[in-house]
Write a protein that binds this ligand. Structure first.
Ligand code: PLP
Length: 431
């Protein structure tokens, strides 16, 4: 992949704080593919980190944005009401339980997290927050203080926001040898202990958790964990915030991942797949809680932007009209089965797990190679064959699969074939 001198020169001017997992100079994208400046296609199994759930540049979303741009680009939410936001609320209400009936919009996932913290504090008149080990909630100071997926997200940014306490998250593969039910029970006991020893229920406003760990390694908790967590929250008058920023909008084969566990949040956080790449996030809660959020005490210039809301409303209609939840489930089952078959013949693949099209392949140490090294080598080998994958997990030792929900059986097959080739080549070329 060669780059023009102008491009090279400009690349030097970007802040090095951004790691670049590929050197692709992308020119355009369509469906499951990104195209570089030489028009070479790349099969994108990252979806812009779980954003383009209905595929890149879906024609209906492109048209919705174009139509909206001709009418109104920016209608500041505290100055006017605009139709795209009201349309979006109508579409969201169709997929949410009736008690989640009040909406606040912002731009990014981190902003939604910050907003939820402020809402929870004002609504409960309590200060403290419990978050869970391995969780990822964003990069702003409040969100970063809740994030324990890796130290890189926190190191040298201290002091962080006070009032945050971290409870264990049941990661069945990490604690293999213990049954998932026993692990779940142990984590819940530790949580109860934390409520007795560090932050009493009287000062704990909320618990925030991802129903499936994203950045932390695509970890699915044992089935009974979230229902029991919800019971503990209810017992103590603590709000349950579910961060569905990565797991929402069909990613797991259901509209929201909480549906797999039979648990509904007090506060729901949405972003990423919501608007197909336009910046938009949201906080959804019962009106009862929102009424305690003092008017004017929170907001932002661009939150609920008209173009983003139009893109989001159309995205939701596309998910419905194209039956993308069912497609995600079918494609997810196919991908999972193929990967599990592959893992049987690979000594350094420890576990394949996930729900729907949120699938993680966890590597294990092999001979003298660390699991992190192997995962990175495999990712890079896939890239040589123009399959884009990302890693996650505390040690970047998990390869995550997040293709669009409408990925075809042929594309799944092509991707797994490349992955198998990469598994074969990763260590041969690495030594
Ligand atoms: C679960 C979760 N919460 C919060 C965020 C932060 O979102 P953003 O990067 O839009 O600030 C992310 C981003 O990856 C996420 O996966």
């Amino acid at each position: 992949m060669t780059s023009s001198p102008i491009f090279q020169n400009h690349k030097q001017k970007l802040s090095p704080v951004w790691p670049h997992f590929t050197q692709i100079e992308v020119s355009h994208a369509k469906g499951s593919y990104l195209f570089d400046s030489r028009n070479q296609p790349y099969l994108d199994f990252t979806s812009g980190i779980g954003v383009t759930n209905i595929g890149h540049c879906h024609p209906r979303v492109v048209q919705a944005i174009q139509r909206q741009a001709e009418r109104l680009i920016h209608g500041q939410a505290t100055v006017v009401y605009h139709q795209p936001m009201l349309d979006l609320v109508t579409e969201l209400e169709k997929v949410l339980p009736t008690h989640l009936n009040s909406f606040f919009f912002a731009n990014s996932g981190s902003e939604a997290v910050e907003s939820a913290l402020k809402l929870a504090r004002q609504a409960t008149k309590k200060t403290n927050i419990i978050a869970f080990q391995g969780g990822y909630h964003g990069r702003t100071v409040g969100a970063m203080s809740l994030t324990t997926a890796k130290t890189i997200y926190r190191s040298h940014y201290q002091p962080l926001m006070p009032g945050v306490h971290i409870a264990p998250y049941p990661d069945p593969f990490r604690y293999r040898g213990v049954s998932p039910e026993d692990l779940s029970e142990w984590c819940l006991q530790e949580l109860q202990h934390l409520l007795r020893t560090q932050t009493s229920p009287e000062e704990t406003a909320a618990m925030i958790i991802e129903p499936i760990l994203g950045e932390g390694g695509y970890v699915v908790p044992p089935k009974n964990f979230l229902p029991r967590l919800k019971e503990i929250c209810e017992q103590h008058g603590i709000l349950l915030i579910l961060d569905e920023i990565q797991t929402g909008f069909g990613r797991t084969g259901k509209f929201f991942a909480y549906e797999h566990f039979g648990v509904e949040p007090d506060i729901l956080l949405i972003a990423k797949g919501l608007a197909s790449g336009m910046p938009l996030s949201g906080v959804v809660a019962n009106r009862r809680w929102m009424n305690h959020w003092q008017k004017g005490s929170h907001g932002g210039t661009y939150g609920g932007n008209a173009l983003s809301c139009a893109a989001a409303a159309e995205t939701l209609r596309v998910i419905h009209d194209e039956r993308l939840l069912a497609k995600a489930k079918t494609a997810g089952d196919r991908l999972m089965n193929r990967l599990r078959d592959t893992a049987k013949y690979c000594s350094y693949l420890g576990e394949i797990r996930g729900l729907g099209l949120m699938i993680g392949c966890e590597f294990v140490d092999y001979l003298n190679y660390s699991k992190q090294y192997i995962a990175e080598r495999v990712r890079k080998e896939c890239l040589k064959k123009r399959l884009i994958l990302l890693t996650c997990g505390t040690e970047n030792h998990v390869i995550r699969w997040i293709p669009p929900l409408n990925i075809t059986p042929q594309q799944v097959e092509e991707a797994v074939n490349i992955f198998e080739w990469a598994l074969d080549h990763a260590l041969k070329e690495g030594v």
